[in-house]
Design a protein. Sequence first.
Length: 176
Amino acid sequence: MDPFASLGLPPRFDLDVSELEKRYRELQRQFHPDRHTTAASPQRRQTLLKAMEVNEAYRTLGDDVSRAEVLMARLGGSNQEARTADPAFLMEVMELREGLSDARAEGDSGRVAAMAKEVAAKQQAVLSALATAFSHALAQEVSATELQQIAALVSKLKYYRRFLDEVAAIEDALLS
């Protein structure tokens, strides 16, 4: 299933969120099972399957990492190209995690917030770089090296997301 085709949207990383929402709502109205209760059983089943496809496409495209993975696959690559992450980046992530662990142990919510702000800025830079890279890659044929660079960015995005998810859990725990 191609989530872009399912929602009738052009394949791109920097999707307009309002357009995604609008298209989703339009298709949900069109394929909602309650609108087809009097249809024959095979048609009701098809409508239900289409509604499920629309829901899955919306979830996929609404998530930066999932959307990037779909685009990678569309380009003929996968995140497997980034299996061997940059050692300097891995060291940075390890130091961030250690700092976060220390801040949590000390109950230092200010330090946790500062680290979250730092990583959120890095995540935003990766998102911008991915938008540019995918825009270029989808407009022309890409090399294996370019696919590896995109995969490395997707990998960084995943690390930053996990870090920020951990920050959210720590902040919740510190507020309790």
